[in-house]
Write a protein of this length. Structure first.
Length: 280
């Protein structure tokens, strides 16, 4: 496996200047928003003043804070292939919208106060299309058929995002519509990957609560897509497994680099910290 554990070379400073209209897509983990300090938001606003931002947010922690039932193990289902998903009903969709509105207000306040205009959008309002969901899930130790309102993002219409210009951000809640027009829950990392491809972004940043990808206990600063996929299938677990899957999909959609880490976005983009996943 050809991974690099030394620091990656910084990108050229002029790259952003030559493609000011090319957005940076940033996925904000729902569990990380409360831990991002003022300096982190100062940095993101500086990035947004130079390049358009497309932000996608998660909601796992806020949803658990909304009601104790979302912390119960029964709130998460596992399919026959071992993949986990939140058990989503119409009531859960409404709760997701409730916490997403609160998150949207927080993000808007933090960025608009720093000179970046924010528009919040629901992915289910014509932006994200979802494919069919797995119907067989383990429940009470039995494999049963459940109508779980989840689905992978299979299409993106970037039109509702409008003109992406420097000094502005679009904040997307990753709900989607399936073929029957139902509103469904989709994975935020994979939704961000699809949005990055659809908007022509070269860079996707997955902001998480860990500093790097770790392999055999060692931080990995740079890894190719093939090696990342191999580790995803043999050793990655939980949230990192999903992030590596999203990284692979983003690269397949034409994104050049996917950054994973907890540092300010500028430091991640420059390769000073975190992990970058590349095509080769």
């Amino acid at each position: 496996m050809s991974t690099t554990h030394s620091q990656a070379a910084p990108q050229e400073a002029g790259a952003a200047d030559t493609a000011a209209a090319v957005p940076v897509v940033v996925k904000l983990g729902g569990s990380t928003l409360d831990d991002l300090d003022g300096a982190w938001w100062d940095d993101l606003a500086e990035v947004g003043r130079r390049r358009p931002l497309v932000l996608v947010h998660g909601w796992s922690k806020p949803l658990k804070q909304l009601s104790p039932r979302y912390s119960d193990p029964s709130a998460v289902l596992r399919d026959r292939y071992g993949n986990q998903s939140r058990w989503t009903t119409p009531e859960v969709i409404e709760d997701i919208k409730t916490v997403s509105a609160r998150l949207g207000a927080q993000v808007t306040d933090r960025l608009s106060g720093r000179g970046v205009a924010v528009e919040r959008l629901l992915g289910s309002d014509g932006i994200l299309a979802a494919g069919p969901a797995e119907r067989w899930w383990w429940h009470n130790r039995q494999l049963v058929e459940l109508d779980n309102l989840v689905g992978p993002v299979t299409g993106v219409d970037p039109g509702p995002l409008g003109d992406l210009v420097s000094g502005s951000a679009r904040l997307v809640t990753p709900l989607a519509r399936d073929a029957d027009g139902r509103e469904v829950n989709s994975d935020a990392d994979r939704a961000a990957a699809a949005l990055a491809g659809a908007t022509g972004a070269e860079d996707l940043v997955l902001v998480t609560d860990v500093a790097h990808l770790l392999i055999d206990g060692e931080p990995v600063r740079r890894i190719g897509a093939a090696d990342a996929a191999a580790f995803r299938d043999r050793g990655a677990t939980g949230g990192m497994r999903k992030k590596l899957r999203a990284a692979g999909e983003a690269l397949e959609h034409g994104v050049q680099r996917v950054f994973i880490g907890s540092a300010p976005v500028t430091d991640l983009l420059a390769g000073r910290t975190g992990t970058v996943v590349t095509r080769s």
